[in-house]
Write a protein that binds this ligand. Structure first.
Ligand SMILES: [Zn+2]
Ligand SMILES: [Zn+2]
Length: 146
């Protein structure tokens, strides 16, 4: 099973023509092994636990390369740090205003579909909707109070 994931990771790099270095491999493995949207710092700390030779700068550069190649997605919201994720299915995001959790919303769950991807003279390559509100956990906590 572990071999399978390893093969898939190597194939992923091959597909986009990016060299698979041990560090890039570890980064993608980390992102594939968990859900969520870690920041570059969180990825750095996780990778450094198993490979303390990685410097912050190389991790940042590699993350940038991975995002450029489309192997991972970079998500930037508000003024916070850029977050990364391996979920490359088209999706939107939900931010909880109470606990700050960032959740994925499948694009199929959203009925809004722009008909043309042109806004005036702009040509839109991609778009992403950010929903804000109260997440399931926080809303449960709230209703239990009364
Ligand atoms: Zn919440
Ligand atoms: Zn996401």
């Amino acid at each position: 099973m572990a071999v399978e994931v390893g093969d898939r990771i190597r194939q992923e790099f091959q597909k986009v023509g990016l060299r698979c270095t041990p560090q890039r491999y570890a980064m993608l493995q980390f992102l594939w092994s968990r859900e969520g949207h870690p920041t570059a710092d969180e990825i750095f700390l996780a990778i450094n636990r198993s490979d303390p030779r990685s410097s912050r700068a190389t991790i940042y550069n590699n993350l940038h390369a991975l995002a450029e190649a489309g192997v991972v997605l970079a998500v930037s919201l508000d003024a916070g740090p850029v977050r990364y994720e391996a979920n490359r299915q088209r999706h939107h995001h939900f931010v909880c205003e109470r606990c700050g959790v960032l959740e994925d919303i499948a694009s199929g769950d959203v009925s809004y579909r722009p008909r043309r991807l042109h806004l005036g003279s702009r040509i839109v390559r991609d778009y992403q909707i950010v929903f804000r509100g109260v997440c399931g956990r926080c809303s449960k906590r709230q209703s239990r109070r009364c």
